[in-house]
Design a protein around this ligand. Structure first.
Ligand code: HEM
Length: 220
């Protein structure tokens, strides 16, 4: 695709389409959303998200003034607090904070996000896009399934991660987000690197799913 004429938001979506399908149809995701796994698997998955979003969001204050990544840092997207409420609900108390450890695949993912945040703001944007635009899209399907499968109250504790309280119109928000992508203040070569990093972000997610699939095999 000619990145000089096609809007960057279209280029990045098209370029990651195949990996999106792979993530969406991974064994762990299919089993989880197919209602074949217990709430322990959902809890373990939510724990992994907490490590990833802390890496994304711990960097936010520093990147807020960056010319490339700064426009993407928007308080209404922040998920750490919602994840912490979900985890407290899922664990029945605050004790999880002392004991929680990431899977190796999650640690690798969070470390790559942190590295981009420290050294390469455009690479950070690739990670930002891969998570937040996904959460605003397919995340709503996951919430619905989770509520039905494990009995969480609608948009309540357990699924707050998927509820963007401060975004009343997700479709409009996503349009605005795509405009930010289209206006990304980097040259074409750097845009190509961002696309490569987006593919890496998807691969890191798939790696976490693979590890979770091994921890929660259906036929165990
Ligand atoms: C079973 C799991 C998933 C489902 C059902 C799902 C579903 C969807 C759907 C329906 C859309 C399109 C929304 C629209 O066009 O407005 C979407 C977009 C997206 N998803 Fe997913 N998704 C899943 C997993 C993931 C994962 C694991 C990631 C990456 C971590 C991801 C990242 C994205 C991104 C970045 C977009 C935005 C694409 C764009 O318009 O630029 N999704 N997803």
């Amino acid at each position: 695709m000619d990145t000089s004429v096609t809007p960057f938001s279209t280029v990045i979506r098209t370029a990651s389409h195949e990996q999106h399908t792979e993530a969406e149809t991974s064994t762990f995701m299919s089993d989880l959303l197919g209602g074949r796994l217990g709430v322990d698997a959902y809890t373990r998955y939510t724990e992994q998200l907490w490590f990833v979003y802390r890496a994304l969001e711990d960097a936010a204050p520093v990147l807020a003034d960056d010319p490339v990544a700064g426009p993407f840092i928007q308080p209404e997207l922040m998920r750490t607090e919602a994840l912490e409420r979900d985890l407290t609900h899922l664990h029945g108390g605050e004790g999880w904070r002392e004991t929680l450890a990431p899977l190796p695949a999650t640690a690798a993912y969070a470390e790559r996000v942190a590295e981009c945040a420290r050294t390469w703001p455009a690479g950070y944007v690739a990670h930002h896009y891969t998570r937040y635009l996904g959460d605003l899209s397919g995340g709503q399907i996951i919430r619905d399934k989770a509520e039905k499968t494990w009995g969480f109250s609608r948009k309540g504790d357990g699924v707050r991660f998927y509820v963007f309280e401060e975004i009343s119109n997700p479709a409009a928000f996503k349009r605005g987000y795509r405009e930010l992508l289209d206006a990304l203040a980097v040259d074409d070569l750097e845009k190509q690197r961002v696309i490569d990093e987006c593919k890496r972000a998807f691969a890191l997610n798939t790696g976490v799913f693979r590890a979770l699939g091994e921890e929660f095999p259906l036929s165990a």
